[in-house]
Design a protein. Structure first.
Length: 297
């Protein structure tokens, strides 16, 4: 229902359903082979824009944020086509996106000029990039979650931590002797830690079940260790900034890593850097590093 849409979602659930439908499409935004509409010309981001328009009609108090996200989605619809070399399709989608209204005219003219240049790395597309779109949507979602907060996850995570004897009480004690300004940040951090612990334990149980029931394919044990190590690393939320900086020193790409990157692109396609990172054997790389290296190659 979330993927295909609902003709008439219940009034009290309408906004939540629209947000879920929006997020599903944003997550697949750079995959032009993925289609959510019957019309195969409609990209995931173009489909996402229709749900964002519905969300805009549901509330009026976030007008500036609505406007920013609407514009970013429009720009990225064109940018994704250009990044994949589909300049004709970029020109066609421009006609579908914009009306002849004066408010749309300046952005439409700028994007038309960008398409004619056939350069996906012009300043306009770099300034209003996909990462900025994700950041803005996260801001919107955080506001929504704050208004519709549920304690289900934190309660489940706390029970899991207590059952494992990890020391949930110690986390709770951290709230003592802190100022009011620091309290909310600390509570947010605690929730994050508890959620990661829950996710790690559940994933560990799933992997153990898979290991006992079936013969793992080549490289599975290494991938399992990589995933669990990544989750364990996420628990160190109070790690000093300089420690993180030490791990980000520039290092040369090896021939083996290049082969892993090329193999990942063949299997998952350009743009799916997170998937390629998880399934490949890379040395302290990030998805952004993979993207930059692929551009260099």
């Amino acid at each position: 229902a979330l993927i295909n849409g609902q003709s008439k979602p219940p009034t009290h659930q309408k906004k939540t359903v629209y947000i879920c439908q929006l997020l599903i499409r944003i997550a697949k935004g750079k995959n032009l082979e993925c289609h959510f509409e019957n019309d195969q010309r409609i990209s995931p981001l173009e489909s996402a824009l229709s749900f964002w328009t519905l969300l805009e009609k549901e509330e009026i108090k976030l007008e500036k944020l609505h406007e920013d996200i609407h514009r970013l989605i429009q720009i990225q619809i064109v940018a994704v086509y250009m990044e994949n070399g589909y300049f004709k399709e970029a020109a066609e989608v421009l006609e579908r996106l914009f009306t002849d209204s004066e408010s749309d005219k300046p952005l439409r003219m700028k994007l038309a000029t960008v398409i004619k240049s056939k350069d996906p790395y012009v300043p306009l597309l770099q300034s209003f990039n996909y990462n900025l779109l994700i950041h803005k949507i996260k801001t919107y979602i955080e506001l929504f979650m704050k208004e519709n907060e549920t304690n289900f996850l934190i309660q489940a995570a706390t029970k899991q931590v207590e059952s494992k004897g990890v020391g949930a009480k110690a986390l709770e004690n951290k709230t003592l002797n802190v100022s009011e300004n620091d309290r909310s940040n600390l509570e947010t951090k605690q929730r994050f830690v508890l959620s990661i612990i829950l996710l790690r334990d559940v994933l560990g149980q799933k992997l153990e079940t898979c290991r006992t029931k079936s013969r793992p394919h080549s490289g599975w044990n290494q991938r399992e260790r990589n995933v669990l190590q990544s989750l364990n690393n996420l628990q160190n939320v109070e790690k000093p900034a300089d420690a993180w900086a030490c791990g980000r020193k520039r290092q040369r790409w090896t021939y083996k890593e290049d082969l892993q990157l090329k193999s990942g692109v063949r299997e998952f396609g350009v743009g799916n850097w997170a998937k390629i990172l998880v399934h490949g054997d890379f040395n302290n790389r990030t998805s952004v590093m993979l993207k930059d290296r692929w551009r260099t190659l």
